[in-house]
Each structure stands twice: as structure tokens, then as C-alpha cells.
Design a protein around this ligand. Structure first.
Ligand SMILES: Nc1ncnc2c1ncn2[C@@H]1O[C@H](COP(=O)(O)OP(=O)(O)OP(=O)(O)O)[C@@H](O)[C@H]1O
Ligand SMILES: CCCC(=O)O
Length: 366
């Protein structure tokens, strides 16, 4: 009997779950959380019980028993910067997530939910390629302020999964190629993958890169500082302006590119101008991502939900087609990538990595 693996990917408005036999998908579903439900529990960390109940109800309806599972694998959240791979969910990891030590993001719930369901079935729990995978080249870490170092926070799971998928389609290995991957979702991250390592990428959560449906992207720093001071904004206000209420949401009141394209078809000039500006920003980020590999790029992959949008992908091809072939792998492969990461460990192809919190790091320095 192949291993049964449950994969969980918590997003800001939904929890995606998938059941796999080995790496074969049996089902994958999106459990949508209504705006009304989410508004009642605005802090993501407090949504744990609510989401667990929804998952348990869904598993019961599908006749999936936790005791039948070999492993539960969740999307990995804001943790200490770490190497790519599959990690065992452990106490240090759970503590850092529950205490929001490195910030709040929907993906923080992945490991916690995986652990809770794994406990119901006495099986193993893992995360794979969390959003904090850090392979930045030393030169990419600098900013113009000694107090501020750039961080690697991006759609690591999907970026790595599609890059490996594309390499496989060429009968090449991921480690042989230089690829630019643009994950185009609610947030946008554009990574330069050089021989299997993401040596530069915009921090998609923290005001870097192009603006996106929900993220503000890079802002003029002086003007933004003045806006914060003039309006006496607090930490929470600033976080919302940068991630959640930036980009298309701020300009057009929607995070849905289908809605934006509908407005454009109906002649809405503002929608067309904002959409063009977003595409222009993405194109500039893609071109910038060619610099770390001296322009020697084997392919540019467009992925994420927005890569379904033809107007956008066609315009991007016009802008950056001069650099390398542009490949569209729309949607995201995150549930499949989670299941594959757990499967590699269950079958001994890979050893699960261990997460160490700050206490252990400090001891190792002594
Ligand atoms: N068929 C489609 N055509 C055009 N746009 C689409 C289509 N499907 C989804 N989108 C757009 O993709 C965006 C959401 O992408 P995605 O589902 O990858 O984001 P997410 O998972 O919410 O966030 P993130 O990818 O940042 O984690 C939305 O703006 C949505 O309107
Ligand atoms: C994956 C972290 C970045 C984002 O949510 O936009």
C-alpha cells in the first residue's frame, strides 16, 4: 500500500488540502473561508481552531481517517532563515510560529495544523521549502543602511517546484540551469535560480519588488516615511499598507485580476493604466533578475494564479522575451510539492532536516 499523505496549504482566505497516495493526487480541494468568518477572527494565529474544525469536517466527509495517514505536511511559514528541504515539525518550530517570533503570515499555520492532525493519527508531520528559504548570495544581502540587511522571503515552495518541473521537461537537472521564476499571485516574487540556488529574490512581504494584487512593492522610502509620520501610523497600519491593502487593492479596490481585466474590456482607463504599471514593474524585476547570472538565462517561468491571465503574460513576453524563452506554468503546484517533499523523506530518498530555534543557535556559538 503506498503511503497516504495529507498536504495542507493555508492561505489568507482559504485552506487548500490534498490527499496523496505516494505522490499521486487522490483529491485536492480549496476550503474557502468567508470574509464574514475571517472578519470575526482577524488575527491569523487565532484562526487555528476554526481552520482545524473545517479540515476535520472535510476529512470526515471524504472518509479520510488521520490514523490511515503516514504523514501530514504543511506549508512552512515565517521562521528563522533556513536551507531548502523537508523539515520535521518539532517543538522549536512550533514555539517560534505560535509566538510569531519572525512575523505573521497565513503559512505560519501550516506546521501547526500538520502537527495537530498528525497527533490525531500518531503519524509524522513535516514542512517543505518554507517561505524563509535563504540562498541569497552575499552580495545580494546589502542595503545602503548598515542597520538593514535584505531578507529572503518568497514563494520558495512553488518557485522551486516549477523550476524543477521545467528542468525535467528539458531532461536537464535543476542544478544545471539558470532560471528566472516569477511567482505571480496575491503577492509577487521574482527569483534568480542559479544552478539550483535562489541567489537573489525580492522580499515579497516587506516592500520590495513590483506591486502585486495585494502588496505595495518597492515604495519611495522618503515619501513613505513622511506618510507614516504625518498620519501617525502604527506597526499594524504599516504592515497592512505594504501587504494586504497595497497594489491593485489600493488602486482599484480588488485583488482579482479577472475583475481588473473585465473592467479593462469595458473601457475603464484607470484599470488599464494600473494593470499596465503592474506588468511594467514585473518585467523590470525579471530583467533585473538576469543580472546575477550575467544575462545567461536558460528560461523565464511565469507561474502563480495571475499567470492564467493572457493579457498579462503576452505583455510580459513582449517586454522580456529578448532575454530568454518565456514559459507559462500557470497556477501553483504547492500541494503536490508538499506531498513530494514528504514522500522523499518517507521513502528514504532524502533525510528530514531539523529546525533549531535561537536557544540552540546561541549554545552552538559558545
Ligand atoms: N484564470 C485566471 N485568470 C486571471 N487571473 C487569475 C485566474 N485565476 C486566478 N487569477 C488571479 O490570480 C491571483 C491569485 O493568485 P494565487 O491563487 O496564486 O494567489 P494566492 O495563493 O492567494 O497568493 P500567493 O500566490 O501570493 O500565495 C488573483 O489576483 C486572481 O484573480
Ligand atoms: C510567500 C511570502 C510572500 C507573500 O505572501 O507575498
Amino acid at each position: 500500500m503506498p503511503y497516504k499523505i495529507l498536504a495542507i496549504n493555508p492561505g489568507s482566505t482559504s485552506t487548500k488540502i490534498g490527499l496523496y497516495h505516494g505522490t499521486t493526487e487522490i483529491f485536492a480541494r480549496n476550503i474557502n473561508h468567508s470574509a464574514e468568518d475571517i472578519a470575526k477572527i482577524p488575527d491569523i494565529t487565532d484562526q487555528l481552531e476554526y481552520r482545524l474544525e473545517k479540515i476535520n469536517a472535510f476529512m470526515a466527509a471524504q472518509d479520510v481517517k488521520a490514523t490511515d495517514l503516514a504523514a501530514v505536511v504543511g506549508r512552512g511559514g515565517l521562521l528563522k532563515p533556513m536551507a531548502s528541504g523537508t523539515y520535521r515539525v518539532n517543538t522549536a518550530m512550533l514555539n517560534d510560529l505560535k509566538n510569531r517570533r519572525y512575523g505573521v503570515h497565513a503559512s505560519n499555520l501550516g506546521a501547526i495544523l500538520a502537527d495537530l492532525i498528525a497527533r490525531q493519527g500518531s503519524c509524522l508531520s513535516y514542512i517543505v521549502d518554507p517561505v524563509v528559504v535563504d540562498e541569497l548570495a552575499p552580495v545580494a544581502r546589502w542595503t545602503g543602511r548598515p542597520e538593514l540587511e535584505r531578507k529572503s522571503i518568497f514563494h520558495a515552495l512553488n518557485q522551486k517546484a516549477v523550476a524543477k518541473k521545467y528542468a525535467k521537461s528539458l531532461n536537464r537537472s535543476y542544478g544545471e540551469l539558470n532560471l528566472i521564476v516569477a511567482h505571480l499571485g496575491g503577492g509577487i516574487s521574482v527569483g534568480c535560480h542559479s544552478h539550483g540556488r535562489v541567489i537573489d529574490v525580492n522580499n515579497a512581504l516587506d516592500g520590495e519588488g513590483p506591486f502585486s494584487p495585494e502588496r505595495a512593492g518597492t515604495l519611495p522610502a522618503g515619501q513613505f516615511a513622511a506618510m507614516v509620520l504625518d498620519n501617525k501610523l502604527d506597526h499594524n497600519d504599516i504592515a497592512k499598507l505594504l501587504a494586504g491593502k497595497g497594489g491593485l487593492v489600493a488602486h482599484l479596490g480588488t485583488n482579482d485580476t479577472r475583475e481588473v481585466e473585465r473592467r479593462i474590456r469595458e473601457g475603464d482607463k484607470m484599470a488599464a493604466d494600473v494593470y499596465d504599471a503592474m506588468i511594467y514593474g514585473i518585467a523590470k524585476s525579471i530583467a533585473a533578475a538576469a543580472v546575477p547570472v550575467w544575462g545567461k538565462v536558460d528560461g523565464i517561468i511565469l507561474t502563480g494564479g495571475i499567470a492564467h491571465a493572457r493579457i498579462l503574460t503576452e505583455k510580459l513576453k513582449e517586454y522580456v522575451g529578448f532575454l530568454a524563452p518565456v514559459i507559462v506554468l500557470a497556477g501553483e503546484n504547492e500541494l503536490q510539492a508538499l506531498a513530494e517533499g514528504a514522500y522523499r523523506v518517507l521513502t528514504g530518498q532524502e533525510t528530514a532536516k531539523e529546525y533549531y530555534g535561537e536557544a540552540v543557535k546561541a549554545l552552538s556559538l559558545v
